[in-house]
Design a protein around this ligand. Structure first.
Ligand code: GLU
Length: 287
């Protein structure tokens, strides 16, 4: 493999067993890596201390191995890299591109209701009304000093002023490559570091994609809109933007997206029921 060979990754979160939707994404990544003469890495996205279960990590690796997928070592676990995420977060704080948000979810809901504001982000979550953005620095210092719980939000206006307002990325699919314009502003003042850990999915994923030299990100369409925010963070952090492909999501017989939370059958259930890996590969179009 040449030093410039493509590097892809499959990046599950260990908060449930893998289902067919994960299998599709993992197999697609492996298949594309092989066709492109590259490699595919496994990354465990376990920043959520409540939802990530260590026992599930071993189960995920075993499920993937059962499907015939093996990954280069070491497998990156995001929970091992909190100090690095904290440093990235602090860099954004020092540059005045973020502010701490002391609002609870309930306070945000009330404020939105009283403002009569209805704008939502691409996930359907009402946009944060900016309550904490104008807080006086003395008040912020006092809140921080007494350990008031807070997230860190990207000040979208400041971020766009710093990074410019034109953003986009190269999308690749079977038909070739095309330029996609990104509109990060539709995420509003997004949370870039949670209360309990010094990062969010968004910050950790752009840091890791760059750190692992990922050249091609292949993931579900449910994350397509998040890419708009990711390219802005990459620009702010001076990181390269990979090429992206957002694949269709697998749906059940009623047309609803497969999800652990909706009780979709896991690969382990299917294996226990006697289904063979070759049948799964064939069913998902990777025979
Ligand atoms: N960890 C995310 C998930 O399981 C995927 C993140 C990504 O591919 O960027 O949905």
């Amino acid at each position: 493999m040449s030093p410039s060979a493509p590097v892809l990754r499959f990046a599950p979160s260990p908060n449930g067993r893998l289902h067919l939707g994960h299998a599709y994404s993992a197999l697609l990544n492996a298949d594309l890596a092989r066709r492109m003469g590259g490699t595919c890495r496994l990354r465990v996205e376990d920043i959520d201390p409540q939802r990530s279960k260590p026992a599930l990590i071993d189960a995920i690796v075993a499920d993937l191995a059962w499907l015939g997928l093996r990954y280069p070592e070491p497998v990156r676990r995001q929970s091992d890299h909190m100090a690095a995420y904290r440093a990235v977060r602090d860099g954004l704080i020092d540059r005045g591109l973020t502010y701490p948000c002391f609002c609870s979810r309930g306070q945000i809901r009330l404020r939105i209701a009283s403002d009569g504001e209805t704008a939502c982000d691409p996930d359907g979550v009402p946009l944060y009304p900016g309550t904490c953005r104008p807080l006086h620095p003395a008040r912020v210092a006092e809140n921080l000093a007494r350990g008031a719980p807070h997230t860190w939000r990207l000040d979208m206006t400041a971020a766009l002023r710093c990074a410019g307002s034109e953003h986009g990325y190269i999308a690749f699919d079977g038909a070739g490559e095309r330029w996609v314009s990104a509109d990060p502003a539709r995420w509003g003042d997004a949370v870039i570091a949670r209360r309990d850990v010094p990062t969010s999915y968004h910050l950790a994923v752009v840091h890791d994609d760059a750190g692992e030299g990922i050249t091609h990100v292949v993931r579900g369409r449910d994350l397509e809109a998040a890419t708009d925010l990711h390219v802005l963070l990459q620009t702010l952090l001076g990181l390269p933007t990979p090429r992206y492909r957002h694949h269709p999501l697998l749906v059940d017989a009623t047309g609803v997206k497969l999800a652990k939370s909706r009780g979709s059958r896991s690969l382990a259930d299917l294996r226990d029921a006697g289904v063979q890996p070759a049948q799964i590969r064939a069913r998902l179009g990777f025979a």
